[in-house]
Design a protein around this ligand. Structure first.
Ligand code: GDG
Length: 464
């Protein structure tokens, strides 16, 4: 068994299944794979240093080795806040109006990828499998190859790959894609992203791609595939049995006093469609005044990327909208929207989901969206809630039994809310069991195994 080397912008220290703390499913899933293969997880520590030295901080926690580096403040500004979060993130979520194309950002991005390669390369051994994650690190594979890496190197993109006509607005787009083609296996969240990438390669670079989604590029065999990510099902369900989860469920049930609860849980990010969602809920209350006293909308939105102006703006917009709707619809003893600007433990989220009749997930663009899957997993099989899901989330193609909506259309969301509130128990059960089957089968473990097997396996082996 080859050793697995995982590389991502940030490293979250895997603590093992069931460990306390707000830990993502990705950390748990990769943690078990890293433990089994005695692998290493490499990335930025999140810390800054005045002068980059390339010194690594190696730690071993619960059988997993992590290796982290500190970056200079200028690196963080140009690579992370700049090129990653102000250029690529908006562009890849089809928000070219927010994408900033600055030469310094591009330079910082290249420099940090070089720094990653320079410190990572000496750590690697010839038969290591290297798995690079996400848009922060597109050029890393090429940088490793330049240093002589002959390893199998895979890349997984957690966000959507944009349509060709938007992507070409990126200066040096061709150079970026050519670096991506240095990987042996390139994974996307869904077929649409895969198609967008293929079309770009065919039309802009004149490359021929086989029916097996593989191509020959500069003497190597490169394969492209969709690997839809899932939640850590077992860990999440285990957490649902905890006291914390039960207590959280009770808090919502008691304080909502029989009202039908709509829940949203999203990082405060413009890709999640929050202002549009607030407008749709406002319209729902305006159109169906008799439902105001019977409904409670709880929106949990922990702030993220606070150093970026567009993220500060969206926060202000949402405060204003929530204030306006509550101002218009509240009674002395009733407030229809609870907008909460903080994060909760995963186990508490389980309880919140379970207490809610509707899970409202309406991103304008989303690679997958794990909240949709968590909502489904947390439901009571005897009295499940209804998932209302944006057609533009990667999850939509996996969860067709949800009520699928257009997040840009207030009517579409409004109608789905009415349909969900009025849905008979039998239909709720039927839809939920179909959703649950998919969430359970396509969990994060399945995703991880499929990717690693494809990276090792024949599909992506060099020819000849
Ligand atoms: C990127 C892609 C893709 C949220 N609030 C709290 C909290 N969360 C957790 C959720 C969920 C996770 O954060 C968010 O995952 P999403 O998938 O919804 O979205 P992104 O953060 O944008 O993730 C996305 C994902 O990568 C994986 O590939 O699906 O498309 O954009 O697990 O529960 N967790 C805790 N407290 C909170 O308040 N503990």
């Amino acid at each position: 068994m080859s050793r697995l080397v995982v590389v991502s912008n940030r490293v979250s220290v895997p603590k093992g299944r069931g460990a306390a703390g707000a830990q993502g499913g990705l950390a748990v899933a990769l943690g078990s794979a890293l433990r089994e293969s005695r692998g290493v997880w490499f990335g930025w520590s999140g810390e800054e240093t005045d002068h980059f030295t390339g010194d690594m901080n190696m730690q071993r926690n619960d059988g997993v080795t992590t290796a982290t580096i500190d970056l200079e403040p200028q690196d963080v500004e140009e690579y992370y806040n700049g090129y990653a979060n102000r250029t690529l993130w908006p562009l890849f979520h089809s928000r070219i109006d927010l994408a900033e194309y600055k030469t310094d950002f591009g330079r910082g991005y290249e420099r940090v990828n070089e720094r990653f390669a320079e410190t990572l390369f000496p750590l690697t051994e010839v038969d290591d499998l290297i798995w690079v994650h996400d848009y922060h690190l597109f050029p890393l594979g090429e940088r490793l190859r330049r240093r002589g890496a002959k390893n199998r190197i895979g890349f997984f993109l957690h966000i959507p790959w944009p349509p060709r006509n938007l992507f070409v607005s990126l200066p040096y787009h061709e150079r970026l894609v050519r670096t991506v083609l240095e990987y042996d296996l390139i994974g996307f969240q869904d077929e649409e992203s895969l198609e967008n990438f293929e079309l770009y390669c065919q039309k802009e670079l004149g490359l021929e791609i086989g029916e097996d989604h593989c191509l020959d590029y500069e003497g190597r065999h490169v394969c492209l595939r969709a690997f839809p990510i899932g939640i850590d099902f077992d860990e999440f369900m285990e957490g649902g049995k905890s006291k914390q989860a039960k207590e959280a469920e009770r808090r919502i049930r008691e304080s909502s006093r029989g009202r039908s609860v709509i829940i949203g849980v999203d990082r405060l990010d413009y890709s999640k469609g929050l202002p549009e969602r607030f407008d749709a809920v406002g319209r729902f209350f305006d159109t169906y005044p008799e439902r105001v006293t019977k409904t409670l909308y709880v929106q949990i939105a922990p702030p993220s990327r606070q150093d970026v102006v567009s993220y500060q703006r969206i926060r202000e917009t949402l405060e204003q909208k929530a204030g306006q709707i509550n101002g218009a619809q509240s009674e002395v003893d009733l407030v229809p929207i609870r907008y909460v600007n903080r994060g909760y433990a995963r186990r508490e989220l389980f309880g919140f989901y379970r207490a809610s009749r509707i899970g409202l997930v309406t991103p304008l663009r989303d690679g997958m969206n794990l909240v949709a899957k968590e909502y489904v997993a947390a439901q009571d099989p005897e009295d499940p809630g209804v998932l209302v899901l944006s057609q533009f989330a990667g999850a939509a193609s996996q969860l067709p039994s949800a009520l699928i909506v257009n997040p840009h259309s207030e009517e579409s969301i409004c109608e789905a809310l009415v349909q969900a509130q009025d849905m008979p128990l039998e239909e709720r059960k039927q839809r939920w069991s179909e959703l649950m089957e998919s969430v359970r089968a396509n969990d994060v473990e399945f995703w991880r195994k499929s990717f690693v097997e494809a990276l090792v396996g024949d599909a992506a082996q060099p020819k000849g």
